[in-house]
Design a protein around this ligand. Sequence first.
Ligand code: UT7
Length: 356
Amino acid sequence: MIMPNTIDMKKPTQAPATASEQHVPRPVQLVKISAVGTAVPPGLLTNEDLTKIVDTTDEWIRTRTGIVQRHVVAKGVASSDLGAEAAKQALSRAGVAPTDIELIIVATITPDMIFPSTACLVQHKIGAKGAWGFDLNAACSGFLYALQTGVQFIASGVHKKVLVIGADIMTSITDYQDRNTCVLFGDAAGAVLLEGSSSADDGCFIDFLHEVDGSGGHLLQLPAGGSLNPASHETVEKRMHYLRQDGPTVFKFATLKMSEICNRLLARNGLTGADVDVFIPHQANKRIIDAAAQRIGAAPDRVIINIDQFGNTTAATVPMAMNTALEQGKLKKGDLVLIGTMGAGLTSGAALLRWG
Ligand code: UT7
């Protein structure tokens, strides 16, 4: 938990001369998002297109999910390509050179390959010479978990500039013979640059709260391709390299859990939904978002929704929605921002921050 009110900002921080000095304890540093970038592939898959692939209708998809279209990559485009593009946009918006980045964290469930990590591939593609990095898998909560991880590295004084990326090519694991799931997902990436903040007015993270419940792991999973079910003719024939979901059960979990974890985070900071200027929820289903916003008490005009345009892009939804909020002029300096997520795992998470 980061307590901005208890920090003596006059106290100078001792920056290390070299990386080898990183073990030196330092006072906690406030952390802010200093730029957002996104990458959306030009290809489109509309509801009308899907009616030609599976037994569905535009009306069913719109009313049950809120989705109108999703963006899809061309063959050969990988998560590291979208992640690098989003990272480059964030860096250019912040006026920061790639060589100034010390750490890259990529949240993804669709890495280019099992190894090397997508973070290594992004590091090379953006020219972040000297940076280190790793991937983090928490499905639809991945970006939020990566965000807290990145924040800790700056708050503890270990690093000054961290890139946090959410990138997923969901079409690479979507079964276009399964109408229950294939209408939901799209491809995209989003990135934020994290830097130290001079004061709460300059923007800062306030608090995070996360939870996992592995007893629900079977409800949303990619069954094969890992150590349990390595790739074989059988796993391919049984379509086990595509994601599977028990939609209605995950729906129930999502509608309750996203609001519950957000309300717990607000309560322990002495806040309510009425204090929230901007609510950025994971974009899995408009009905889930509406239910969560109502339970939190966040007014509809303060809720960011772009699922109609992009579908569920898994680790990319939160930075993509931040970008939408900025483009629509809904996210301004000084705003209290609440982020809520839930996804496979089952994972859930929430974050509170003051936008700078
Ligand atoms: O981000 C990761 C976490 N994931 C989620 O949060 C997703 C959570 N789940 C959902 O969003 C919803 O459960 C879905 C959108 C996936 C499904 O909506 P639902 O209202 O829960 O529908 P359902 O699965 O209960 O299915 C209702 C009916 C079924 O037909 P019958 O059995 O009533 O005849 C389905 O076969 O709708 C049918 N159906 C469809 N019909 C037309 C399912 N998919 C489709 C489709 N088009 N694409």
